[in-house]
Design a binder for this molecule. Sequence first.
Ligand code: PRP
Ligand code: URA
Length: 213
Amino acid sequence: MENFKNVVIFDHPLIRHKIAILRNEKTSMKEFRELVEEITTLMTYESLKEGVPTTEIEVKTPLETCRQQIVADDAIVIVPILRAGLGMVNGVHVLFPSAKVGHIGMYRNEETLVPETYYCKLPTGIEDKLVVVVDPMLATGGSACDAIQLLKDKGCKHIKFMAIIGAPEGVTKVATTHPDVNIYVSTLDRCLNDHGYILPGLGDAGDRLFGTK
Ligand code: PRP
Ligand code: URA
């Protein structure tokens, strides 16, 4: 895959370790859910080191008074793509507890793989916030591209996208369709199979998070 300026692929032993367990078909739903959250928190720490609005406050130490930067209240809005993106929300909230959450519901048509939007509810004022779109799986890239476009159509200007596993096809599609969006992927897998599933992947993230199969 080409190197894109707006794409970061994480290469961290701790993340690799957790993803290895996540992929295992024997990993329980509980452990899967916990791992998705933990990986998301690790990704959030790195992905949000730039672009987060801060504010300056005065702090009195035992020795003197100094000015310090803190993260602004309501600095970011988390937007999970339903369903599987829901599994990542707590992982961001651990670090940004006052972040508001918007929801975009999408599912892929199983034959065409084209995403259909069935729900959208976003916090008021989202257009001025840093919006962090989360979805564990970036396969063809159709869902991510459409979700980002929907947010842009609502006026959002600062958008980041985080996925745990990406396929080269999907990463390329989002990176070229939305060159102004920073994309963070924990690991880049080999390819998609004929049904649009990522190989080696982890199967259907929504089903594994919520026990629907
Ligand atoms: C999965 C996943 C992404 C999408 C990725 O959702 O969570 O949203 O597929 O595929 P794409 O990159 O080819 O668009 P799915 O449509 O299976 O819905 P679900 O989360 O409700 O299971
Ligand atoms: N959605 C998933 O949940 N898994 C894949 O491999 C592709 C899309």
